[in-house]
Design a binder for this molecule. Structure first.
Ligand code: PEP
Length: 263
């Protein structure tokens, strides 16, 4: 499915939740909910990021029932194949029709000690296999206090884009670590300021054309009640949603944010 440049993207990162049977029930219910609301018109791209063990099942369902959701994985290996026990190759993800892969989520940086170098290697691996990396960047509350909101995300994105070609399709997600799962989202203005700064980094590294085309998402305690306020901002092109993407009605309401924009 061809996606128009800067089509808003609402992406659900399920993290380590929902087994493959629960995933099927969830995707079917979400599809019916959006269909009933006549909200599968392509004006918003919906993507789900289930655990690895669900991907084949969800892919089969999306394909069989012609459900217009994109599929993404939550991580990939920097390597393509070989003696890397427990790792998953981008080649395998591409074979399962994954369109996206999340890279550098703060939980991977924190719990798996993923450095900027590892993140950069994974971005290259994703692009080698035709996957669109969703590059996550964000500052902790200590970083925020010490350096302000943009410094760490800018440094992380600059490192992640090393060696990326100007015509590569990427998505960037600004996810302040202090806002993830905390119930305390950034303000729309904070999100706009950092997303605009990150777009400037893309312009510097990949050129103005890439900056104009690339979707920059906000993530961190997004819910139905606040999504419209983020989506009104000119440099916020969508959201990466964690907790609220696990509740069908809430996630559907987030996807249907256009109902509330401008109200
Ligand atoms: C996330 O994990 O990427 C996230 C944004 O989580 P939450 O929406 O729950 O804050």
């Amino acid at each position: 499915m061809a996606i128009a440049p800067r089509t808003p993207l609402i992406a659900g990162n399920w993290k380590m939740n929902l087994d493959h049977l629960q995933a099927v029930a969830f995707v079917q219910k979400l599809h019916w909910t959006l269909k009933d609301a006549k909200h599968e018109d392509g004006s918003v791209e919906v993507a789900v990021f289930p655990p690895f063990t669900d991907l084949r099942t969800v892919q089969t369902l999306l394909d069989a029932d012609k459900i217009p959701f994109a599929l993404g994985a939550q991580d990939l290996s920097a390597h393509d194949s070989g003696a890397y026990t427990g790792e998953v190759s981008g080649a395998f993800l591409a074979k399962l029709d994954n369109r996206y892969v999340i890279i550098g989520h703060s939980e991977r940086r924190q719990y798996h000690a993923e450095s900027d170098e590892v993140v950069a290697a994974k971005v290259k691996a994703a692009l080698r296999h035709g996957l669109i990396p969703v590059i996550c960047v964000g500052e902790t509350s200590e970083d925020l206090e010490k350096f302000g909101a943009s410094a760490v995300p800018v440094a992380q994105l600059t490192a992640a884009l090393a060696g990326v070609k100007a015509d590569a399709e990427i998505v960037v997600a600004y996810e302040p670590v202090w806002a993830i799962g905390s119930g305390q989202a950034a303000t729309p203005q904070q999100a706009q300021d950092v997303c605009a700064t990150l777009r400037g980094v893309i312009a510097e590294k990949l050129g103005a054309d890439a900056a104009a085309k690339t979707r920059v998402l906000y993530g961190g305690s997004v819910k139905a009640a606040n999504i419209a306020s983020f989506m009104r901002e000119p440099d916020v092109d969508g959201a990466l949603v964690g907790g609220a993407s696990l509740v069908v009605d809430e996630f559907a309401a987030i996807i249907r944010y256009q109902k509330h924009v401008g109200v």
